[in-house]
Design a protein around this ligand. Structure first.
Ligand code: IMP
Length: 460
């Protein structure tokens, strides 16, 4: 049994969806632990191509319990839409569970996200959010005025909470932003309907996860976005509102820190970022366009959710190592190696020059990061296609040298290399559920029978 957390180790869009889908084969439970519909995974497997924003990639395996954990902000309409699409394509969703502690993304959240973003943009302070309402939903959680998924099935509680919150939101909408107020009755009935349709999926999911721990099943904790967008450790304020880190996995799933055996960091072989904020190794012009358009139809560097072109740049070894240390990354996945196939030389940033000082750490303030001039090391390219390589030894020598250099810079063991969107386009060096690092403390259950009453999803 092992608990593996998969985190995005850059600014999101590292290709976690494919890796989760791949590793889920060995798991009994897959838990998404933060974020919301700001995320977008593209999964290509034997059932076809799927774009999902909320449902964990483990849903494709009929023996897996797929959990949307308490740390996620859930847009019920989007969730029901994803469920309907999966069902229509023959993928059952009866083993999908949603934490009753997760917060609901309400209609006023998306509206306020757009208004706040427009307001910030007017003063040159735009964050470039996905405008899905994620920030406002987490704001309400922290302000203790959020509607939780469990409230959707408690109609009286829902009405009383919603009346109070909507009154506040309507004051904000009308008096500050000059918008029309939202209708309580309409939103209430919509929520009641969501509650009815989701009722059998809603429960206190941490109990199910603890039962899996007690019974020594493999558990996969799936993060969204990336650690450099973390609310505390990302490039604040150009960040998302949750913690896509390994620490966030504990809180957002309800798993104790010492239960996690292996933290797998997913890095792209280069860097991308969507939205505003510092990006020291960013490329402009032709080189950027070239890299952005690698990967074939549907797999180019444009946002899955918003369609915005992603900013692209060289691999940032300083940021990569910072993330590895912050999260205790024990295994690495490097994705999109094939995008570099045609390059004659490839640059890797090994330090930043800030004013007159060379630094090897990531400064906490945006002003310093904006001044950071990357110091590059140049490595020879391999100029050979890699997208059908499935074995480490079949990779061109220069590609192996590049990957080895990244391993050293990051300071963790390379487990998997991805050379295309398909499951088959994978070089598996170590299986994260089998090859646990020597130093990890295996979880020993001290929970006795506390989880004994918890039911697996779909169990009668
Ligand atoms: P929000 O999460 O919509 O509030 O957006 C905050 C910042 O995080 C913006 O720069 C977004 O572009 C970025 N962001 C949010 N979700 C993702 C993602 O899944 N991939 C990449 N960037 C994201």
């Amino acid at each position: 049994m092992a608990v593996v957390a998969i985190i995005g180790a850059q600014w999101g869009d590292e290709g976690k969806g494919k890796i989760v889908d791949l590793l889920a084969e060995q798991a009994r439970v897959v838990v998404r632990y933060q974020g919301g519909t700001n995320a977008g995974h593209t999964i290509v497997n034997q059932h076809g191509t799927f774009k999902m924003r909320l449902i964990p990639s483990g849903i494709f395996n009929p023996r897996i319990i797929a959990v949307i954990g308490n740390g996620v902000v859930v847009d019920p309409a989007a969730l029901l839409g994803e469920m309907a699409e999966l069902e229509a394509r023959g993928i059952p969703t009866n083993r999908l569970l949603v934490s009753e502690r997760a917060h609901v993304l309400m209609p006023y959240h998306a509206l306020l996200d757009q208004l706040e973003e427009t307001n910030r943009a007017a003063s040159g302070q735009s964050v470039g959010t996905t405008k899905r309402g994620i920030g406002p939903a987490y704001q309400d959680k922290v302000a203790r005025i959020g509607i939780r998924v469990g409230d959707l099935v408690q109609e009286e509680t829902l009405l009383s909470k919603l009346s109070f919150v909507l009154n506040m939101k309507n004051q904000l909408l009308t008096k500050v932003y000059g918008e029309q107020p939202l209708d309580l009755h309409h939103i209430y009935l919509q929520c009641v309907d969501y509650g009815h349709r989701l009722r059998k999926h809603i429960l206190d999911t941490h109990l199910v996860i603890h039962r899996a721990l007690d019974e020594r099943h493999n558990i996969l904790l799936e993060g969204a976005q990336g650690a450099l967008l973390d609310i505390d450790y990302g490039t604040y304020p150009y960040v998302t509102s949750s913690s896509p880190t390994a620490g966030g996995a504990c809180l957002g799933a309800g798993v104790p820190p010492n239960a996690i055996d292996n933290v797998v960091g997913v890095y792209k072989a280069y860097c991308t970022r969507v939205g505003e904020g510092p990006f020291p190794t960013e490329l402009e012009g032709e080189q950027a366009d070239y890299l952005r358009n690698q990967g074939g139809e549907g797999h180019r560097e444009y946002g899955t959710v918003t369609g915005r072109p992603r900013r692209v740049g060289w691999f940032d070894g300083v940021a990569a190592r910072y993330v590895a240390r912050l999260n205790g990354i024990s295994g690495l996945v490097i994705t999109r190696l094939d995008a570099l196939d045609d390059m004659a030389t490839i640059k890797v940033c090994t330090a930043y020059q800030i004013n007159d000082t060379v630094v090897q750490y990531m400064p906490s303030d945006v002003a310093s990061l904006l001044k950071a001039v990357p110091i590059y090391e140049e490595l020879p390219g391999w100029q050979t296609p890699t997208s059908s390589v499935t074995e480490w030894k079949e990779l061109p020598a220069n590609a192996r040298a590049y990957l080895n250099r990244l391993q050293v810079l990051i300071g963790a063991r390379l487990d998997i290399v991805s050379v295309g969107p398909d499951r088959k386009q994978t070089i598996m060096i170590n299986k994260p559920f089998d090859a646990l690092p020597a130093t990890v403390s295996r979880y020993v259950s001290t929970l006795g029978d506390r989880s004994a009453g918890a039911k697996w999803g779909g169990e009668e």
